[in-house]
Design a protein. Structure first.
Length: 410
């Protein structure tokens, strides 16, 4: 076990990097996240140019989300019972194969909308196993006093990928086409595989095996018995359906039809979001927040939704960029708060199941939102639909503050 030494507050955000195993995990995931965000931009623009319809991107993202939801609960149960590191390795290799196949098909000119749908669904299946395994592995490669730093650094990697990835995607897509971006993402999974392979996590506390279905039910019972968990997960299922789905589906159309710009401008919006998320994650690590974390995070999510309204209805692209940066700050801080609370307050033998339930519950209604947004995308301006969803989200999050457990949880 590695010794923990005091560090100046100005370096608090970097403390987790003193752990060799965390450094390896973090480096691999940083590269993988960079590939993922570049892929997301290329996928959105390639789908839009392939079909000419915002509705089509909604269907692609819906099937990807359904694939994840079908496996994430099983993935959580398996990650609490078996080796989380090995689960991540298998998932990374599977995703390399899937995105590698997409690269070849796109490069040979045989890409169709049907193939895109099938590969998106399969990629979602693999990600459903990977996500809870990663969340459960982090506390096994870093000591508890450094968890806040670890989550902030992972958040910074995620946000940094949003800052750099879209710009990389825009440049590569503009000069070489979507195939190169898809190939870059496939290669990033091999990098992640290599660094996870080199990681040597601690052996976690494990409950006796009860069978996958019983373990999933045990996870449901645990979440149902912890008000701050089930209230937040339930509310954010509706928030993501109403707010995240319209943003994902309609931002390409907003950029092209409202601002009259192209894929480069689309990427800049993601980059500014990522820059803000880095600022938010660093702020969380430096503050080392320990009190009223539930109340603070809910207020931050309400501000985030207000900024979505500004982004969607802005008459100027420059204001939309500023709103994206400020949104990112809220998201980076809020996500770091939530993930640290999970890792500190949930028992280790339940952690991957709770993380899988968090994903399943929070994103459970998102496929519905993606389909609905795609269906109504032609009925109103994209900014109007995005802003309406954000206003509904403000009311939903505000409702959560009526819960005393949310207001008082530390």
């Amino acid at each position: 076990m590695e010794a923990i030494t005091a560090a100046p507050s100005r370096a608090r955000v970097l403390q987790a990097l003193r752990s060799r195993n965390f450094r390896l995990l973090w480096t691999g995931q940083t590269v993988s996240m960079l590939g993922d965000t570049a892929f997301l931009v290329a996928l959105g623009w390639r789908t839009f140019t392939l079909t000419g319809s915002a509705r089509s991107l909604g269907y692609v993202l819906t099937l990807q989300g359904i694939g994840l939801l079908l496996t994430v609960l099983v993935g959580g149960a398996l990650a609490d019972r078996y080796d989380r590191r090995k689960m991540m390795l298998v998932s990374d290799f599977a995703r390399f194969g899937l995105i590698g196949a997409l690269t070849v098909i796109d490069g040979t000119g045989h890409l169709s909308f049907g193939i895109l749908l099938g590969l998106a669904f399969a990629e979602g299946l693999a990600t459903g196993f990977f996500t809870p395994a990663l969340g459960g592995l982090v506390p096994l490669v870093v000591e508890e006093p450094r968890l806040g730093s670890a989550n902030a650094l992972i958040g910074m990697a995620r946000q940094g990928s949003l800052l750099i990835g879209p710009s990389v995607a825009g440049l590569l897509y503009g000069f070489a086409g979507s195939t190169v971006v898809f190939g870059f993402n496939a290669s990033s999974y091999l990098v992640s595989f290599a660094f996870v392979w080199a990681t040597r996590p601690r052996v976690p506390e494990r409950a006796a095996a009860e069978g996958t279905l019983r373990e999933i039910r045990a996870g449901f019972r645990y979440v149902a018995g912890v008000p701050w968990l089930w209230v937040t997960i339930s509310l954010f299922a509706f928030v993501l359906m109403c707010q995240w789905a319209p943003i994902q589906v309609l931002t390409p159309k907003l950029v092209r039809a409202h601002f009259h710009l192209g894929v480069g401008a689309y990427g800049v919006i993601f980059s500014m979001l990522g820059a803000g998320m880095i600022v938010g994650a660093v702020a969380f690590a430096q503050l080392d927040l320990r009190r009223r974390r539930g109340l603070i995070s809910y207020l931050i999510w309400m501000v985030n939704s207000l900024l979505v309204v500004v982004f969607a209805l802005s008459p100027w692209y420059s204001l939309a960029i500023v709103a994206s940066f400020l949104r990112g700050t809220c998201i980076g801080f809020g996500v770091a708060v939530w993930e640290t609370m999970l890792m500190e307050l949930v028992p280790q033998h339940m952690l991957s199941r709770v993380i899988s339930l968090d994903w399943f519950g929070s994103f459970g209604l998102t496929p519905i939102g993606l389909v609905v947004v795609g269906a109504i995308s032609g009925l109103a301006a994209p900014g109007t639909i995005i802003a309406l969803g954000a206003c509904i989200s403000i009311l939903i999050v505000a409702g959560g503050l009526f819960s005393r457990q949310i207001r008082e949880i530390d």
